[in-house]
Write a protein that binds this ligand. Structure first.
Ligand code: SF4
Ligand code: SF4
Length: 344
């Protein structure tokens, strides 16, 4: 659908206000989906100038899609925000976003690290993704520990970024993913197993390849896995991009419940109605304090549920919540917890 027509589907009812994590903090109409969509429409129709204030609204969004779930008109907000970012990115000065885009093009990843080599010749491969392999290696190691008994031969693809940072920040990316697709074809890889929700959604939507989320694979293999007992009250934070982006929320729970003695406690906002931790959509780059406030709200929910350990299934949520929790609460990716408890 053409962008303006999609924006005009918004009935201005304001139902999205109750669910937006950013609006909950700012109480500013411009922060919520209704305000953003009206601002964008006014920009496109030339009713307001493309001022820094107006354009910054497009980046004041974690792309959590809580608003889309609440919207009676069925407006899918985050794809509209991403499309708008593509149009206006070059007009706005966002140094950290620009650096991420430049460095992703130059070095192949948004952290400016040297890309490691891929390993193996198998057609099935684990794809850790940049955040995991450069900032949360413990998730990659845990995933490989869980996968190794299930596969005689498994490759690991490490030498490219899926392209999600370019897509999220609104930069051109078609050539970037075409090169990645060619690399997969050259290596004869036909199936990617992933742990990062951002990679999962990007690969699934934009690559011609089978993409499997580790949680789904492990649920299917539960008969082959045994876990040591863990006596603990454990919470699970549903990552927005995994639950609302990919409808995966039963599998992580099934896996946690397979650990003997583990008591799974639901947070107040869970499953499809999960509450964002503030880490998505490049939001912390431009709004670090707001992002931290949003994470603290989520951590307060974990405290109220009296959990001893908070889990999630996303490297970005894990890193963000772990940083903000400090010494108050242990935060782990589900992959890490399962690998620690896995028995051979
Ligand atoms: S809930 Fe949907 S229709 Fe209503 S104001 Fe928000 S985006 Fe517009
Ligand atoms: S996607 Fe999330 S942060 Fe963005 S406007 Fe909707 S509810 Fe708010």
């Amino acid at each position: 659908m053409e962008l303006k027509s999609a924006l005009k589907r918004c009935m201005r009812c304001g139902f999205c206000r109750a669910s937006c994590p950013v609006f909950k903090e700012t109480k500013n109409e411009g922060s919520v989906a209704r305000g953003k969509l009206q601002t964008l429409l006014a920009l496109l129709e030339g009713e307001i100038p493309a001022s820094e204030k107006a354009l910054l609204r497009l980046f004041e969004c974690t792309t959590c899609d809580a608003c889309s779930l609440a919207c009676p008109a069925g407006v899918e907000v985050s794809p509209l925000i991403e499309e708008a970012r593509r149009r206006y990115f070059a007009k706005l000065e966002l140094p950290l976003h620009e650096w991420k885009v430049e460095i992703t093009r130059e070095m192949g990843n948004p952290f400016g690290e040297v890309m490691p080599r891929s390993e193996g010749e198998a057609s099935v491969a684990y794809f850790p993704g940049c955040t995991t392999q450069f900032r949360a290696r413990e998730i990659e190691q845990a995933a490989l520990k869980l996968l190794s008994p299930l596969f005689d031969d498994l490759s690991v693809i490490r030498d490219f970024c899926c392209g999600a940072p370019l897509l999220t920040f609104g930069s051109a990316w078609e050539g970037f993913i075409a090169r990645n697709r060619a690399k997969l074809e050259e290596r004869g890889v036909d199936t990617l197993i992933v742990t990062c929700p951002g990679c999962y959604n990007t690969l699934r939507k934009h690559y011609r390849i089978e993409v499997v989320h580790l949680s789904a694979l492990l649920v299917e293999s539960l008969e082959e896995l045994t876990f040591a007992p863990l006596s603990a009250r454990v919470g699970y934070h549903d990552p927005c991009h995994l639950v609302r982006g990919a409808n995966i929320y039963r599998e992580p729970r099934e896996l946690l419940e397979a650990v003997p003695g583990l008591e799974l406690r639901e947070l107040e906002h869970s499953q499809l109605k999960t509450r964002c931790c503030g880490a998505g959509g490049g939001f912390p780059l431009a709004f670090p304090e707001l992002s931290a406030r949003i994470a603290r709200k989520r951590l307060e929910e974990a405290k109220r549920a009296k959990v001893e350990l908070l889990t999630t299934f996303c490297p970005s949520c894990y890193l963000h919540l772990r940083t903000l929790a400090g010494e108050d609460l242990i935060v782990k990716d589900v992959t890490m917890l399962l690998a620690e408890e896995a028995e051979r």
